[in-house]
Write a protein that binds this ligand. Structure first.
Ligand code: 4NP
Length: 164
């Protein structure tokens, strides 16, 4: 667990090649803009191991770049029980991911496990729709739209805690 005023955030989806690396890249960029990059560390993982070691899906990389975010350097890995000892916020892209993470969550975890979109749309149980099997790039742009909004919300929340 982190020192005071230092936070570790883990973004989690199913494959760790579409939504969660996009969330990592966008949230890191927004932390930079907010001057919080040294206070908040970000990583991403998948509940499944299928794509371990792979770069983000080319469609995610292309759309992210079109929107101003570089994510091509990221590599997929599977989320583990140990992650709960290192991250203060474990944020699921959808409700299936959240249910899978609840199975991994140790009883001593003191951090926040929840849906990432709660930071933009509280109490709505909103998920980032999985774009993997969709045609064209519309679904990938929607991922960016939703993640940008949730990133702003999470930054507001962290700013409150950092200045407390
Ligand atoms: P992600 O999308 O969870 O946003 O990375 C997916 C990537 C791969 C698969 C499903 C979803 N797949 O079935 O391989």
């Amino acid at each position: 667990m982190s020192e005071q005023n230092q936070f570790n955030v883990l973004m989690v989806c199913l494959g760790n090649i579409c939504r969660s690396p996009t969330a990592q890249g966008i949230f890191e960029a927004k932390l930079q803009q907010a001057g919080l990059a040294s206070r908040v560390k970000v990583d991403s993982a998948g509940t499944a191991a299928w794509h371990t070691g792979k770069a983000p899906d080319p469609r995610s990389q292309t759309v992210a770049l079109q929107r101003g975010y570089q994510i091509g350097h990221l590599r997929a890995r599977q989320a583990t029980r140990d992650d709960f000892d290192h991250f203060d916020y474990v944020l699921a892209m959808d409700t299936d991911n959240l249910n899978d993470l609840k199975v991994l969550e140790p009883s001593h975890f003191q951090g926040h496990l929840g849906l990432f979109l709660d930071f933009a749309f509280p109490n709505q149980q909103r998920s980032v729709p999985d774009p993997y099997y969709t045609q064209g790039d519309k679904g990938f742009h929607e991922v960016v739209d939703l993640i940008e909004q949730a990133s702003e919300g999470l930054i507001k929340e962290l700013k409150k805690q950092i200045t407390e």
